[in-house]
Design a protein around this ligand. Structure first.
Ligand code: H2U
Ligand code: ZN
Length: 342
């Protein structure tokens, strides 16, 4: 049976990267689009905010002072969730109260000296500087002998718990592989062993052939709503060429990544005429020095908004207790997103 026969039927879709299932209930959206447009009050942010702990020259909590930076700026989080000097300790393996100490580092990355910009407002060369910084950070932290995972991410907007509108992201590096990476590694490895090709390369080829979930592309990158999307306007960003990490991107690819990031984030902003909130981050292979030919570099965007600037999806009830569920299909979301991409 082809996937088309599920258009009006409740069904489950399998996430290729995690092996988990998402419930899709397309029959609940009688019309494909139940949008409403509200124009929320626009934030009028100053280019420089003397009270912002991320603006150039300002003091941070804890007493450190930011330099008068003019492009990007990275610093050690003053309230880190992980510390490099944590001494190794663990309870007995398999005991009922199992715990193990975790070493790590947490950094904050300012994308721009301008308090009032977001990635969507920055020009491609400025975003390219952010990409260059991500690459350098991935290489530096990944080279530490005890670091296995370098997670680059951004929480955008108060709805996602971001504490400050100043454009910034975070990087956490730690000594154990986090849950999501464990699942993705298992799935990609199994596929590679069975087919001799990276899972996401085959998946990308299929999506480019079908086209229905592709929302934007340039010569080096493609952005699509994955078949198994959980969040209404979730997106997966993939390089066309097989590469495992940001460190393998060519000069042209780094610029193309900056361009597609701008395309996606500004498209998101046009969807509900709001500075679109999301959590995004890159998934890269473990940095233990081994080769991971099964891995394909990608970024996930998880935005919470469903219907308007204020109507969001909640992960509650059945989803929290059983499994994720969505009404609007990935294909319908992709169609909406394609309309606002330029
Ligand atoms: P979020 O906006 O995504 O929460 O990131 C801001 C981070 O900045 C947060 O992790 C850190 C917080 O610990 N921070 C500092 O390192 N120094 C400060 O002066 C305030 C906030
Ligand atoms: Zn600021």
């Amino acid at each position: 049976m082809s996937i088309e026969s599920f258009t009006h039927l409740p069904h489950r879709r399998r996430n290729l990267l995690t092996g988990e299932w998402v419930l899709v209930s397309p029959q609940r959206t009688q019309r494909p689009w139940q949008g409403q447009t509200e124009t929320p009050p626009a934030d009028h942010l100053p280019a420089y905010d003397p009270t912002c702990y991320l603006c150039p020259g300002n003091a941070r909590a804890g007493g450190k002072q930011n330099p008068s930076y003019t492009s990007t700026f990275v610093f050690e989080n003053d309230f880190p969730a992980l510390r490099p000097d944590t001494s190794p300790q663990h309870t007995e393996r398999g005991s009922l109260l199992e715990a193990t100490s975790e070493r790590g580092m947490c950094r904050v990355v300012c994308f721009s000296p301008r308090h009032d910009l977001t990635l969507a407002d920055m020009d491609v060369p400025a975003i390219r500087a952010v990409v260059d910084l991500w690459v350098a950070q991935f290489e530096e932290l990944g080279a530490l002998p005890w670091v296995q995972s370098v997670q680059i991410f951004e929480n955008r907007g108060a709805m996602m718990g971001s504490s400050n509108p100043h454009p910034h992201g975070q990087i956490w590096a730690n000594e154990c592989l986090p849950n999501e990476l464990v699942k993705e590694l298992t799935q990609q490895r199994t596929y590679y062993q069975q087919h001799g090709r990276p899972l996401l390369i085959d998946y990308l080829e299929l999506e480019l052939e079908r086209g229905e979930r592709v929302v934007g592309q340039n010569e080096q990158f493609v952005v699509l709503v994955p078949f198994w999307a959980v969040w209404p306007f979730e997106a997966l960003l993939l390089p066309r060429r097989h590469c495992t990490s940001l460190a393998e991107l060519t000069d042209d690819e780094r610029t193309a990544l900056a361009a597609i990031l701008k395309q996606l984030t500004s498209g998101y902003n046009r969807l509900f005429q709001v500075s679109f909130p999301y959590s995004m981050g890159f998934h890269q292979p473990p940095t233990d020095g081994a080769a991971y030919p099964e891995w394909h570099l990608h970024a996930h965007f998880y935005p919470p908004l469903l219907r308007s600037a204020t109507v969001r999806k909640f992960m509650v009830g059945y989803e929290l207790l059983a499994q994720p569920q969505r009404d609007i299909t990935a294909e319908q979301a992709a169609e909406r997103l394609r309309d606002v991409m330029r």
